[in-house]
Write a protein that binds this ligand. Structure first.
Ligand code: NAD
Ligand code: MG
Length: 392
């Protein structure tokens, strides 16, 4: 029986995780559930999963939740704030931590799990983008297993040889082919992109996801963040990662070997597959995902990405090539720009502009330790916000 903390339990990944966990009451026990401010959903999840702890990042919401749980489930300890999130990520009775908070807000709890040597199921790609080197060094130091939940990285993990950490040349890997659906605006002209709304951006053709990652998919920043994520997870360089548009989202990514073999992982686009894979690894369990119907799919298409219309992808390649604090600046500026787009303060095509100018305005430094990285993150948010205010 493995004890689990689900960080970001009320989100898209959190809900899918609990769906898989509920199918295996003999294998997994929920120790802690966390959310930002959605009291109603976390309350209902508490009644269903009976965790020992429930954490709300927002203090006032934690009060509300504690009041509601008093009569129904007083045995649940309610904690709050970043301290609470860090605490439930390192509890001795916790074996696995699902990191499914969105954005850099998830970094500290994910690091807390890593430093406690847990198995970390990593959905929160922004945490790794901000702190890549530090995160991977800490995972090695504390013996934490970092298993990818992002469907592409989970696919790559499944297609890689087991000893890939030795380096691509040693294990006969030539490159990673990172697939991308292209998002809802793949076929739009540059002019049409000027007019798109948050509602359109959040209506992804193949996946149902949180708002922030939906916008990132529409700008292709999601793929950029995933290139950076793949560099860290698979100990490789950006020139070994090729992005391939594949609108059907049936192949979740591929690994190309030196002998010309290309291994792909396929399946219906449903996050319960990578979640179940990482929960059970190296075994396999039921996930609730139906069989892939190849006759219905009939064909698989591939295209090259267009970095003219979707400049976020090249900005991310530039940031990881530059290294140091550049990916943290890219991520912070993007989080601020996406929030402003969702609030209808800026247009869709302003997102890459804000990211590009923030990167140009802040000098890139080595940024080895956590406090330096958090400072860079805060500075980039401030600079990006200034530019948005100047625009509106
Ligand atoms: P979501 O918006 O649906 O859920 C986010 C969760 O994080 C919620 O539970 C929310 O309460 C919590 N949260 C938000 N801000 C917080 C804060 N400041 N402090 C503490 N908790 C906070 O997001 P999602 O789509 O589930 O994505 C979560 C992460 O997984 C993201 O990093 C995303 O890139 C990654 N991911 C998601 C998918 C997907 O299919 N949704 C696929 C791959 C990767
Ligand atoms: Mg992905």
């Amino acid at each position: 029986m493995k004890g689990i903390t689900v960080l970001g339990a009320t989100g898209s990944i959190g809900v899918s995780t609990l769906d898989v966990v509920a199918r295996h009451p003999d294998l997994y026990r929920v120790v802690a559930l966390t959310a930002n401010s959605n009291v109603e959903d976390l309350f209902l999840q508490c009644l269903q999963f009976h965790p020992d702890y429930a954490v709300m990042a927002d203090e006032k919401s934690a009060q509300d939740l504690a009041n509601r749980l008093k009569s129904k489930a007083s045995y649940i300890q309610v904690l709050s704030g970043i301290d609470g999130l860090e605490e439930v990520s390192r509890l001795p009775e916790v074996d696995y931590v699902m990191a499914a908070i969105v954005g850099a807000a998830g970094l500290l709890p994910a690091l807390s799990a890593v430093r406690a040597g847990k198995r970390l199921l990593l959905a929160n790609k922004e945490a790794l983008v901000v702190s890549g080197q530090l995160f991977m060094d800490e995972a090695e130091k504390y013996g934490a297993e970092v298993l990818p939940i992002d469907s592409e990285h989970n696919a790559i993990f499944q297609c890689m040889p087991p000893d890939y950490a030795k380096g691509f040349a040693d294990v006969g890997v030539r490159s990673i082919l990172l697939t991308a659906s292209g998002g809802p605006f793949r076929e739009m002209s540059a002019e049409e992109l000027l007019q798109v709304t948050p509602e359109q951006a959040c209506a992804h053709p193949n996946w149902s996801m949180g708002q922030k990652i939906s916008v990132d998919s529409a700008t292709m920043m999601n793929k950029g963040l995933e290139v950076i994520e793949a560099c860290w997870l698979f100990h490789t360089q950006p020139d070994k990662i090729k992005v391939v548009l594949h609108p059907q989202s049936v192949i979740h990514s591929m690994v190309e070997y030196t002998d010309g073999s290309v291994l792909a992982q396929m399946g219906n686009p449903d996050m319960r597959t990578p979640i179940a894979h990482a929960l059970a690894w190296p075994k396999r369990i039921e996930s609730g995902v139906s069989s892939l119907n190849l006759f219905e799919i009939a064909r698989l298409d591939f295209e090259a990405p267009d970095c003219q219309r979707f400049p976020c992808l090249s900005l991310a390649y530039q940031a990881i090539e530059q290294g140091g604090s550049a990916p943290a600046i890219l991520n912070a500026a993007n989080e601020i720009a996406v929030a402003a787009f969702l609030d209808k303060r800026i247009g869709f095509t302003a997102i890459p502009k804000i990211v590009e100018s923030t990167l140009a305005m802040i000098p890139v430094v080595g940024a080895q330790n956590l406090s330096e990285l958090l400072e860079v993150d805060a500075e980039a948010r401030y600079v990006a916000e200034q530019q948005i205010s100047a625009l509106v």
